[in-house]
Design a protein around this ligand. Structure first.
Ligand SMILES: Cc1ncc(COP(=O)(O)O)c(C=O)c1O
Length: 385
């Protein structure tokens, strides 16, 4: 048996959607992307959803939009409080827009930012908190929201790993001023590659639509105040208002997204049933630290940290997993300050990052899928035993 990290969640509906697009001859961003954006915004009870070609691009567009908004834009040298564990492209746009990162350690059990350290991370230059719910498990988003409101900070929620999770009845990916999602292959829904930026802020919506598409004004509504509309349609069609990118999604990704979104709740229910078995199999074993659910997790995957208090040989454990055809990988992107790219960043540590380091060096995850994993999880338990 091979226990894979990820597998396709597509059925006939997605294949039919792709074929409809192929037959239509319209391949780049159009009606299907618009329909997916509308469905996505409505599903999460938000006003605006802007689809991009990846979650990374959604993060980039989000940071760019915040840097070009009229009132109190992000400026070079401003500080952002970030968790020590996330994916690399949570951090890269911050570096690219000249921001300084202040890393805060995570809790070893939830793997999310330890919010008891937020006050200590605050300086007069702090402008934003980056909230990341790791691998489906909601971070303390309510605490971060309250902290940001109290200190006049922006809350940016990178929810690329936690679609379908919620905290206190509110979906993850709706707590931030800017929120992002990924629809990459292995995620809760897959559009092959893809991502979304979600917001209730009309100005951010307009900025993001321009930045996504060459920085031009063509995708903006007639009453948009970004720049000045040209009377002559010749000039209006090519009116560049911002230094943007081309990070548009394909029409095929939008069409598949519409179908996948309809299946999201059912797929999360199966992921949660698998999680119940995983927790039952591992919760009472002191050798392994598994992720403690906070709120309602959408269980992207199952994390295991080899308890540092127990003398376990990591290499031996990994060799056993490999021999048993159990795929595994680093928890998200590991502890980011451990990576070589950090030399390009302006950053400091708001206290120690011991827990993130333990998760980096002694942690890994195995896959969760929207299908029954009883056989795979039983196999995993046997091999680790
Ligand atoms: C927390 C986080 N942010 C951003 C991304 C980037 O998403 P994408 O792979 O769609 O670019 C990922 C990817 O898995 C992620 O885990």
């Amino acid at each position: 048996m091979t226990y894979e990290l990820s597998s396709t969640s597509w059925g006939e509906e997605e294949i039919a959607a792709l074929q409809r697009v192929i037959r239509s001859g319209r391949f780049t961003m159009g009606e299907q992307v618009r329909l997916f954006e509308e469905a996505f915004a409505s599903k999460f009870g938000m006003k605006h959803a802007i689809m991009t070609n990846s979650g990374s691009s959604a993060n980039l567009v989000g940071v760019a939009a915040l840097s070009y908004r009229a009132a109190r834009p992000l400026q070079r040298g401003d500080e952002v409080v970030v968790p020590a564990i996330s994916w690399a492209t949570t951090f890269h746009p911050l570096q690219q827009y000249g921001l300084k990162l202040r890393f805060v350690d995570v809790e070893l059990e939830t793997l999310n930012m330890d919010v008891s350290r937020l006050e200590a991370a605050l300086t007069p230059r702090t402008r934003m908190v980056m909230a990341v719910s790791i691998l489906g498990n909601p971070a303390a988003l309510d605490v971060m929201r309250e902290f940001c409101d109290r200190h006049g900070l922006i809350l940016f929620e990178d929810n690329c790993e936690s679609m379908g999770a919620s905290l206190g009845g509110r979906p993850c990916g709706t707590f931030g001023d800017v929120n992002t999602f990924s629809t990459f292959y292995s995620h809760h829904i897959s559009t092959m590659e893809g991502g979304l930026l979600v917001t209730n802020d009309r100005e951010i919506d307009h900025l993001a639509r321009a930045i996504r598409n060459h920085g031009w004004a063509r995708d903006l509504p007639a009453d948009c105040t970004l720049g000045t509309r040209h009377d002559d349609p010749f000039f209006e069609a090519y009116r560049f208002v911002l230094p943007g990118y081309n990070v548009r999604p394909l029409e095929m990704a939008g069409a598949v997204g519409v179908e996948q979104l309809k299946k999201l709740d059912a797929m999360i229910a199966i992921r949660r049933a698998n999680a119940a078995l995983f927790v039952k199999l591992f919760k009472d074993d002191p050798r392994f630290i598994i992720q403690r659910e906070h709120g309602v997790s959408s269980w992207f995957s199952f994390t295991i940290i080899l308890n540092p208090a127990v003398p376990l040989d990591r290499a031996q454990v990994m060799a056993a997993l490999r021999n048993a055809n159990i795929e595994f990988r680093m928890i998200t992107g590991g502890c980011f300050p451990q990576h070589e790219a950090i030399k390009y960043f302006d950053y400091d540590l708001a206290g120690g990052i011991e827990n993130a380091t333990i998760a980096h060096t002694r942690g890994f995850f195995v896959g969760n899928h929207p299908r029954d994993l009883t056989a795979e999880l039983t196999h995993l338990r046997r091999v680790l035993e």
